[in-house]
Design a protein around this ligand. Structure first.
Ligand SMILES: Cc1ncc(COP(=O)(O)O)c(C=O)c1O
Length: 329
């Protein structure tokens, strides 16, 4: 028979001891009152209002997550299947390696670069599992801030996902913008974009949405990507391609990977980020990936060791469940 737990109680401390202790406490002067109260973002306020709204036929346009008709995030049938398989395998909950689950990383990088990519085959696509696409950006830009040997200014599209600027600035890097969208034509303002890239300092950094640009939904076409890639190479600019919706922009993951693969084929040493939050409806599981292409195995080893140090001091290691699900899909 199991022993009952011993209940530990503190109410037997003699009151004279308690009083002595009590009178010895003096307060220090630490205070948080000088900090500014930040206003809640307008979209979060709208989401809260949406939840409270009693209208029967309400539609939520405040956040880009996939929900069913009842307003809940449905678990895809493929995910349910993978979860059952994982459960049957009786896996343990040991810490993941610092850089994450190798099976997850290999399948993610192959999905982005293609099965036979030389960088991946030759150990020159340094990759790690991250806390979603946001975590991939945070780790990537932390690495850039610490070690990039070019001009440490990051150009992001105007407009851009609002957290791009916040994440990049949080690493201490400078942010500027390049023209991206023509609201009258409701299309990419390609000529202005090219003019702005031409004005960027050589060796600086550009962030591009690889597909399904957030928030406009408009991407350069293949010919335009080719021109961008050539220009970026000529100016020796580091391209960070953010790809959180591979497969959802066109419906075809291969087609959505065009920009990433074109930049690589043209000889650009890019960094790219992936997320399965939306493409697999795994928002809360946070499966993401960061990949950096390098010139040699020696560089790869150095980069991996520094990435381990960054991850160890930020969050130690990534979660195990989401990556297991993705790797089994
Ligand atoms: C452009 C862009 N990048 C990155 C992310 C981050 O994705 P995650 O939710 O996996 O952190 C998002 C999410 O909305 C996004 O829109």
């Amino acid at each position: 028979m199991e022993k009952p737990f011993r209940m530990i109680v503190w109410n037997k401390i003699p009151s004279h001891l308690y009083n002595i202790h009590h009178t010895m406490i003096t307060r220090n002067t630490i205070t948080w009152k000088e900090m500014t109260l930040l206003r809640t973002d307008a979209d979060v306020l709208l989401q809260n209002e949406f939840k409270q709204c009693k209208a029967k036929k309400k539609v939520n346009l405040t956040i880009d997550i996939y929900q069913d008709d009842t307003g809940t995030v449905a678990t895809l049938a493929s995910i349910q299947k993978a979860e059952k398989l994982i459960h049957a395998m009786n896996v343990n909950k040991e810490y993941a390696p610092i850089l994450g689950d190798p099976k997850f990383i290999a399948s993610s990088v192959k999905l982005a670069l293609g099965e036979d990519n030389e960088y991946f085959k030759n150990g020159m696509a340094v990759s790690l599992q991250t806390l979603g696409g946001s975590g991939a950006l945070r780790v990537g830009f932390t690495l850039i801030k610490k070690f990039y040997n070019g001009k440490k200014i990051v150009f992001i599209p105007n407009p851009s996902w609002k957290f791009h600027e916040r994440i990049i600035r949080s690493t201490g890097l400078e942010v500027s913008t390049y023209k991206y969208y023509d609201p009258m034509a409701k299309d990419v303002d390609f000529n202005s974009m090219i003019d702005d890239i031409k004005k960027m300092p050589d060796n600086s950094i550009i962030l591009c949405n690889a597909c399904g640009h957030d928030p406009t939904g408009m991407d350069p076409n293949k010919k335009q990507w080719a021109e961008i890639s050539t220009l970026i190479k000529a100016k020796n600019i580091l391209a960070v391609l953010d790809m959180p919706v591979q497969g959802l922009a066109s419906g075809d993951p291969e087609r959505d990977a065009y920009a990433v693969r074109k930049f690589v084929a043209d000889g650009n040493k890019i960094m790219f980020t992936l997320s399965f939050s939306r493409s697999m409806c795994l928002y809360g599981e946070r499966p993401g990936c960061l990949c950096i292409l390098v010139n040699s195995k020696d560089e790869a080893a150095k980069l991996s060791s520094q990435l381990k140090m960054i991850v160890r001091s930020l969050y130690s290691n990534p979660p195990v469940n989401g990556s297991r699900i993705v790797a089994r899909n």
